[in-house]
Design a protein around this ligand. Structure first.
Ligand SMILES: [Zn+2]
Length: 369
C-alpha cells in the first residue's frame, strides 16, 4: 500500500519536473511568468516584481571591474541589475537566464560562465539570511569573466589556464535560489512576515525551508509544522515550493558533474550523508575543496537525520549518484541588525582565500574525463 503510494508520488513529481524541463527559461525583456505550482503566500505580502534596468550602451572596450562590490549586500533587485550588467559586459563568456520564479514572482537568476560541455552547478542563498553566498558567487562570476575577456591571468592561474578551464567547463551559478527569503532579510522597511526578526529568516515567502523541501527522505523529517516556519519547516509536501521545483528542473535538464550549495555557518563542509552512503567522486571533490578553503570535512555521522531529509545536496546525490557538497562559507549564518550590512558581503565568505575556489575545483577535474 505504502509502496504504491510512494510510486504514485514519484510519478507525480517526475511529471512536474518533465513539464518544467520542457519550458524554455531564457531571460528576455518581457519574461513570461511561468506557473510552477500553487504555493501559500502570506495574504498581506506585496508582490515584488523585477523591473528591467536600462541597458548599457554597446561596449567598445572591456569595462573595468567593479560592478560587484564585495562589500555590498544584495537583495533580489540588486542581484538582477548587477547580473544583467555583467551579462552585457561579458557576452563572450557570461549569459543570464531565469530558472523560474519564486512564490512572490521574483525571477531566480542563472548565470552561465564558460562554454564547455562539462557542466557544474554552484548554488547560493537557498537560505534567505545567508546573503553573503550570493555576493560571493556573483563576484566570482565577474572576476573570472573579466580575466577571460582580457586574456589575463587570475592570481596563480595563467591566462591560458583561465581560457582552457572555461572552454572545457560551463559553470552554472544560481546565486540566489531563494530571492523572497533574501528580500525578507535585506529589504528596508517592515519585514514581510513581521513575527520574526528579518535577520533570522531562512525560509521562502511561504515559510518553508527550501533545503528541507526536496523529495529525498522527506517523510522522516520531524520539522513539519508551521510553528518554526522562518527556520526549518519542510512544507506540506515534498517539492511543494516553486523554488524547489525550479532547481530540480535545472538539474534534470543539465548533466551536472557535481553540485556545491553554499551556506554560511562554520567554515566547514558536509560531503556525504549516512542515508546515501558513498557517492562516486565525493571524497575527491570534498578533499579538493577542503584544501582550497582550509575548511574541515565533517564526517557524515555528524549529519543528523533532520540535516539530510529534504536537503538539496542529499536529493542530488540520490537522484544522480554524483557528488554534492554543502559548503559553509562563513563563520556564522546570522548577524544582528547592527552588523547585518557588513555581514551580508562577499568579504565575510573569506573572499581573499576563497576567490580561487571555483578555479581550483575545475582545475582538479580538468582532463579527468
Ligand atoms: Zn544554510
Amino acid at each position: 500500500m505504502m509502496g504504491a503510494m510512494k510510486r504514485r508520488v514519484k510519478v507525480f513529481f517526475s511529471a512536474i519536473v518533465a513539464m518544467l524541463v520542457l519550458a524554455e527559461v531564457v531571460w528576455t525583456e518581457d519574461l513570461p511568468a511561468p506557473v510552477l505550482a500553487p504555493v501559500a503566500v502570506p495574504a498581506t505580502a506585496p508582490v515584488v516584481s523585477v523591473v528591467p534596468a536600462a541597458l548599457p550602451e554597446v561596449l567598445e572596450a572591456i569595462p573595468p571591474l567593479g560592478v560587484v562590490d564585495p562589500l555590498r549586500p544584495y537583495d533580489s533587485q540588486r542581484l538582477y541589475e548587477d547580473a544583467r550588467t555583467l551579462a552585457r559586459f561579458y557576452p563572450e563568456v557570461l549569459s543570464l537566464a531565469s530558472i523560474g520564479q519564486s512564490a512572490l514572482g521574483n525571477n531566480i537568476p542563472l548565470l552561465k560562465l564558460g562554454s564547455g560541455e562539462r557542466h557544474v552547478l554552484w548554488v547560493g542563498a537557498i537560505h534567505g539570511r545567508e546573503v553573503m553566498t550570493c555576493a560571493f558567487l556573483l563576484l566570482i562570476a565577474e572576476e573570472y569573466a573579466h580575466a577571460y575577456c582580457n586574456l589575463a591571468p587570475y592570481d596563480a592561474y595563467s591566462a591560458d589556464k583561465v581560457h582552457d578551464l572555461l572552454d572545457e567547463f560551463t559553470v552554472y551559478f544560481v546565486p540566489m535560489a531563494n530571492p523572497d527569503g533574501v528580500d525578507i532579510v535585506t529589504a528596508e522597511g517592515p519585514a514581510l512576515v513581521p513575527i520574526y526578526s528579518r535577520e533570522t529568516w531562512k525560509s521562502n515567502a511561504g515559510g518553508v525551508n527550501l533545503n528541507r523541501n526536496f523529495p529525498f527522505d522527506w517523510d522522516s523529517n520531524s520539522f513539519d509544522g508551521f510553528s518554526n516556519n522562518y527556520l526549518s519547516n519542510k512544507g506540506l509536501l515534498p517539492a511543494s515550493e516553486p523554488e524547489t521545483l525550479a532547481l530540480m528542473a535545472l538539474c534534470e535538464e543539465n548533466a551536472f558533474e557535481f553540485l556545491v550549495s553554499c551556506h554560511c555557518s562554520g567554515r566547514v563542509l558536509y560531503w556525504r550523508d549516512d542515508k546515501n552512503g558513498e557517492t562516486p567522486g565525493d571524497e575527491l571533490l570534498a578533499r579538493t575543496i577542503a584544501k582550497l578553503t582550509g575548511y574541515a570535512m565533517l564526517p557524515s555521522t555528524k549529519r543528523a537525520l533532520n540535516g539530510w531529509a529534504g536537503g538539496l545536496e542529499n536529493w542530488f546525490r540520490d537522484r544522480y549518484n554524483r557528488p554534492a557538497i554543502c559548503l559553509e562559507l562563513g563563520l556564522f549564518d546570522t548577524a544582528d541588525a547592527a552588523t547585518a550590512a557588513q555581514f551580508h558581503t562577499a568579504e565575510m565568505a573569506n573572499w581573499p582565500v576563497n576567490k580561487n575556489l571555483v578555479w581550483g575545483v575545475l582545475e582538479s577535474l580538468s582532463g579527468s574525463f
